[in-house]
Write a protein that binds this ligand. Structure first.
Ligand code: C5P
Length: 291
């Protein structure tokens, strides 16, 4: 880390949920979850420079709003650190918005990580993650990245040993899904005790093992967005046992051992008009990439 850096470029990765169980509802209105999360090599790019105020320009005008999570992250850290330094933020979006792969949360975490360096704050990851929890439930995970089991409403993150190297085909059936809508449609019938996810967490670090758990949000997602179920069924037929929903959707994911295998799945659904990409599991913490 250098105290004199005035410009940083960061890569903010997407994530997939290899297992996600909802275990109950909390008194604060959020749900208690247990999830195994994995960062994948699909990135937004964030360029941060010193500036007087705090300003954002994004390649996606639909998210260029005053309450954007990146701006909120910068303001929150500035306030919490009690400093008057500013920054100009440029965000190049590649991760689809409202897709269940954590793009906005990852951008917010990258902002905290980048500004910690640009402003020479020297905060440890735990402190950044604690602040990030105020911005969104998935933000603490992205401060660490890699493979982790996540609990509480998302604020408790336990990094896990890296699992097998996997290539993921991410298929977006073309709808945006607000996470709050899925959680509010959830009935207690969808709650489980978290045992299957804990088992995934236990096994995932074993050499060469790829394990998948359930997704407790899936049925609510399918009943509200039938096109997502159509996409899931189509991919499950092609790749039974290795197709899953990420987070609150709508991204459907297929896990393959090789990039060729992932590309083959992608080519099989090309005619459907769904947006798709392939990305490997990535294990490094989201970090600054040069000046
Ligand atoms: O924390 P975040 O803003 O990403 O959450 C979006 C919405 O999803 C929350 O307002 C809440 O309705 C729901 N949610 C939940 N339990 C969680 C995470 C999110 O009920 N653990």
């Amino acid at each position: 880390m250098s105290a004199t850096r005035s410009r940083l470029r960061l890569q903010a990765p997407a994530k997939v949920n290899l297992s996600l169980e909802v275990t109950g509802r909390r008194t604060d209105g959020y749900h208690e979850i247990v999830s195994v999360m994995q960062t994948v090599g699909l990135y937004d790019d964030l360029v941060i420079e010193r500036s007087r105020g705090i300003e954002l320009a994004s390649s996606d005008p639909t998210i260029d709003t005053p309450d954007n999570l990146v701006l909120r992250a910068a303001r929150l850290l500035q306030h919490a650190a009690g400093i008057e330094l500013g920054c100009s933020l440029r965000l190049y979006k590649r991760i689809p918005v409202a897709a269940g792969v954590g793009g906005g949360s990852s951008d917010a975490a990258a902002t905290l990580i980048g500004l910690n360096e640009l402003w020479s704050l020297g905060w440890p990851a735990e402190r950044l993650a604690g602040l990030g929890a105020a911005l969104g439930s998935d933000v603490p995970f992205f401060v660490y990245g890699g493979t982790a089991v996540v609990r509480g409403r998302g604020e408790i993150v336990e990094p896990l040993p890296a699992g097998a190297s996997i290539w993921y085909t991410l298929v977006n059936p073309g709808v945006q899904v607000p996470t709050a809508r899925i959680f509010s449609a959830l009935s207690s019938d969808a709650w489980t005790n978290g045992a299957q996810t804990r088992e995934v967490a236990k096994r995932i670090g074993s050499a060469g093992v790829f394990v998948l758990g359930p997704n407790g949000l899936q049925d609510a997602l399918f009943s509200l967005y039938p096109v997502v179920k159509t996409c899931f069924d189509r991919l499950s037929n092609l790749a039974p046992g290795r197709t899953f929903v990420s987070g609150s959707g709508p991204t459907i994911v297929v896990a393959s051992k090789t990039s060729d295998g992932a590309a083959e799945i992608q080519s099989q659904v090309r005619g459907e008009g769904w947006r798709s990409t392939i990305a490997p599991s990535v294990h490094q913490v989201c970090g600054a990439a040069g000046t």
